[in-house]
Design a protein around this ligand. Structure first.
Ligand code: NDP
Length: 441
């Protein structure tokens, strides 16, 4: 059998410009290589190699006009990773740094995350280099329409169902859906994360952040610990961060930091729940955390991350590789008990190794932040059944799914603190069985 080193060398040679993909593949390969030893058929049928290579990658030009009449040219992408388990499923990201390397890694991770939910969902990711920050609503709408003019031909309710991600919230999904419907006809299940009046499901916006906290609560419960009064360090001030903060406060924990690309906001006494609405409004109109520091009774630290602040739990909810080995060392030094990933791959490989060496629990994003896609799965079911769900029913189901994912991680973990291996192996086993069951093409 090929060694892991040999496999990774070959992958780097094949895709020399995709560093994030190398990082994501190596992280999963380390956990699943022993399974390949134990399952000769998975090895012979090249299950791992087939999962790494996406079904297809679509890239396209998107031309749009700003309010001043200037014409802009952006790049749009969709990576359809795997539809072994169901329609391709994964978010769209609008940020200037979007490119194939970033999306290849996100789509690969997404296929594993979606498998972990236990729902019939494949994996995908997409986006565009467009930056919605500081743009007017009319500009965002025109961009969404231009983007969908091309993306629309590659998606469908039983084919590929995009949702939101960074820079894409319910407003953008609503514009995207309107553009799709006008060209392709009524097909509500083609996008999830839609506004409620457009066929969305209650709690989808909150689902990733709330689900993250439910997962963290499960991990603490398994150790006879709880969330109440814990001091939590959160990075980010977007959808995931603010809803994680909301649920933590509701469950009696203290949120002592948030952050954005301008720096960290530190509130040693804990943020009040009412302040989250203010942060949301200011961020939505393109403002920064510095603008709200005085009003929420906090201190703004320009250019800093939250990881030097004293706390018990850390929840990185901004972006990939935002927490490095030095940050991990600081967290361990300060006595942080667990790091629960709200963002996708926010910890570098060295950071994860440091956390483990220092006995800090690491809860990987593909398990901990799967609540969003799980509720997207419910939105697809709602649209197909034409039967609206209540917020309470969605929340109950979300708690159930997060508890199930937690149990699957523990069942597959080589030791009870190794959630990374547990999540990777549980997802891989489901994908491998589905692949073998469908034969070799
Ligand atoms: P948003 O766009 O709503 O928020 C992102 C936040 O992160 C913003 O506050 C942004 O600051 C901050 N940020 C982004 N890049 C950096 C950086 N380099 N340094 C510091 N801060 C940064 O995105 P979401 O909350 O939706 O997504 C956050 C993460 O969670 C992403 O990794 C995403 O893939 C992941 N995720 C999201 C899901 C969802 O349902 N939305 C589902 C599962 C995972 P600023 O405003 O200054 O740019």
């Amino acid at each position: 059998m090929q060694t892991l080193t040999h496999y990774m060398d070959a992958l780097r040679a094949r895709h020399p410009h995709f560093p994030e993909l190398h990082q994501a593949v190596e992280e999963i390969a380390r956990s699943v290589w022993p399974l390949l030893h134990d399952h000769p058929r998975w090895r012979q049928e090249r299950v791992f190699d087939r999962l790494v290579e996406p079904d297809r990658v679509v890239s396209f030009r998107v031309v749009w006009t700003d309010d001043a009449g200037a014409v802009h040219v952006e790049r749009g992408f969709r990576v359809q990773q795997s539809n072994l388990l169901g329609p391709y499923k994964g978010g769209l990201r609008f940020r200037p740094e979007v490119g194939e390397s970033m999306l290849r890694f996100l789509a690969f991770e997404q296929a594993f995350k979606d498998a972990l939910t236990g729902l019939p969902l494949g994996g995908a990711k997409g986006g565009a280099t467009f930056d919605p920050r500081g743009r007017s609503e009319a500009e965002v709408m025109r961009f969404c329409q231009a983007f969908m003019a091309e993306l629309g031909r590659h998606i469908g309710a039983s084919l590929d169902v995009p949702a939101g991600d960074q820079g894409v919230g319910a407003r953008e999904v609503g514009f995207l859906y309107g553009a799709y419907r006008r060209t392709h006809g009524l097909e509500q299940g083609v996008l999830t994360g839609k506004p409620l009046d457009v066929g969305g499901i209650p709690m989808r916006t909150q689902a990733t952040g709330h689900g993250l906290v439910y997962f963290l609560r499960e991990a603490l419960r398994a150790r006879d610990e709880d969330l109440a009064t814990r001091r939590c360090l959160i990075s980010g001030a977007g959808n995931v961060a603010l809803h994680a903060a909301e649920k933590l406060i509701e469950l009696g924990a203290k949120v002592v930091t948030l952050s954005d690309s301008g720096g960290a906001l530190v509130c040693p006494g804990g943020l009040e729940r009412e302040c989250l609405g203010l942060v949301k409004r200011v961020k939505a109109r393109g403002g920064s955390l510095a603008d709200v520091a005085d009003e929420v009774g906090g201190e703004h630290r320009p250019g800093e991350k939250p990881w030097a602040v004293a706390g018990d739990l850390a929840l990185p909810c901004a972006t990939e590789n935002e927490l490095d080995a030095r940050d991990a060392e600081r967290l361990a030094e300060a006595g942080v008990r667990a790091v629960a990933e709200g963002a996708n791959m926010p910890c570098t490989a060295q950071a994860i190794a440091t956390l483990k060496e220092r006995g800090v629990l690491h809860l990987p994003g593909k398990a901990a932040n799967a609540g969003g896609v799980a509720v997207s799965g419910l939105e697809m079911a709602q649209n197909a059944q034409r039967e609206p769900w209540s917020g309470e029913a969605v929340d109950a189901r979300l708690q159930e799914v997060m508890a199930r994912i937690h149990a699957a991680c523990l069942a597959h973990a080589p030791d009870r603190d190794d959630y990374d291996a547990g999540a990777n192996r549980a997802a891989f086993a489901r994908l491998a069985r589905a692949m073998i069951g469908q034969g070799v093409p």
